[in-house]
Design a protein around this ligand. Sequence first.
Ligand SMILES: [Mn+2]
Length: 354
Amino acid sequence: MVNTASPNPESPQRESDGQTGDRASGKGDAGSSPGGSIGAILRELGQGERFLVCSHSRPDGDAVGSMLAFGKLLEQMGKRADLVTADGIPALYRHLPGAGAIRTALRIHGPYDAAILLECDGLERAKLRGLEDFFLINIDHHISARAYANVNWIDCNAASVGAMVYRLAKAAGVSITPAMATCLYVTLLTDTGGFCYGSVRASTFGMARDLVLAGADPVRIAQEVCFSTPVSKMRLLGSALRNLERKGLLAWLWVTHQEMESAGAQEEDCEGIVNFALGIAGVEAAVFLRELPDGRFRLSLRSKGRVNVAALAESLGGGGHENAAGCTVDGPRERALAEILVRLRSAVGASDAR
Ligand SMILES: [Mn+2]
């Protein structure tokens, strides 16, 4: 398990072996047939000159890697690409080729032919004002994905949005450079929790193999992404583990805002901590609660097997994937915990959780 580099709450779990499973809309039918979403996206890219590429706030490995790869894809097509996120890039991903070009902003200006949103299950996920003024292309793999854009390509079976960008790049006929392969490999590695999640398929390794052949160095990337934990995160993990509880099939842990501060921890240090609870033998679902400065709680939910935490997160205003989701709820902690545990218990089966 890749505990140091696991994705945002909104992280992915599965991939199809084929190219089925797309939910396309906006233009044409599903899939990667010439009339499908890939075709529609390539037509828009072909017609425009200048594009905005963005992803969700608090970007994770898939967000950063797929943005960078998309930018390189556009460059190869002779287009201009501006890469923008609302929040800074986590330290783990700042070494990625081209990461220095990603700008942070809160409002979008500029004459763009289209804005490309990568792994945003709603326009508001990007936290970028002014996006709605542009022609929008939405590429996403969340189970909570919605067709809010002018062109939508949604594949809930994709292992990462990077895997979708890879398919797009192949369809565009651009060559996968070592820099691109490195960025795309990171999306696979992080969004599959180090090739650990349940629905990793043969095709996931097929793509990983292609990327290594194209110049991605899996050992170096693993060292930079999985074995480069900041000490602040280790301190925070210590606090979280002191607050670990387990009952039946459920486990939970939390950190207070005070514990965040005394560990010197950033928000990005919280990523993957929930996996330490999920990793307990016999636990089927887990939640990590982080107290926000305003007293609310950010929840990261994870499950094994068929427990659908995305539906649960959506019922609380969040979203994500079947086995990994997130939401924000009101405090105090006892109330937040009670609210989430009652839902998790019914999700995994009340009798087993006692
Ligand atoms: Mn993702």
